[in-house]
Ligand binder design. Sequence first.
Ligand code: HEM
Length: 220
Amino acid sequence: MTVSDTNGDQQILRYRTRQRVVHAVMASSFLILLVTGLALVWGPLAFLAAGGWSRYLHRIAAVAFMSVPFLYLILDRAGAKEVLVDSFKYDRDDVAWFRHMYRYVLGRTAEMPPQGRLNAGQKLHHSAVIVFSAVIVVTGLILWWLKSGLTPTQLAWTAMIHDLSMVALTLLLVGHVFFTYVYTAWSSMATGYVSKDDMEMEHSKWVEELEHDGAEGSSS
Ligand code: HEM
């Protein structure tokens, strides 16, 4: 859907409200998991764990984080399917995009190969989030419910995989927030809408697709 803003510039709907709600639950539960998890394993933040409240908050946030795929399927099944399929599907332009990624990091998006709804970097980010989140959930559930049945070696491995996956997600988040800032992408999650001009530069194949679908819709 395209609308005009107060300056008359065209805006395209990128994320529906329910998708933005799912993202808010995912982002906020992840940040709580990160802080309460750090309080359990990192000395300088141990004061936050005093009284044991961070253990409880960590578990509450874990339940919220685990609910994300189910919430997505309930609130916006099409959106959930789209992000799952799009994140793992690469084409030749994506391979070319990775070869020129340094230009994207420098904010020179006009020189990049044409991209669909997600650029190759977003695909890599989203698919890595899905994989590492799954690892975190499985190892987290083992640490929560099956800890007493583990040998000391099994416990150490499970905790290490859990913590390293959290480190990976945190590094991905740094990149995610960096690109959100560089490409002023926040509006897509704040209002759902993005500038059509920006999308023509960053996701030209997606804009073509939307226009093609729109033209087909109006002619049928
Ligand atoms: C807290 C700071 C965060 C900011 C500022 C932020 C910002 C954004 C923005 C602007 C988008 C839309 C990008 C686009 O135009 O396509 C997005 C999408 C996304 N973000 Fe974040 N994000 C944050 C946290 C997180 C966290 C913690 C995770 C994962 C643990 C995450 C995972 C995702 C995923 C998977 C999408 C795609 C959503 C979908 O297709 O439904 N984000 N984020």
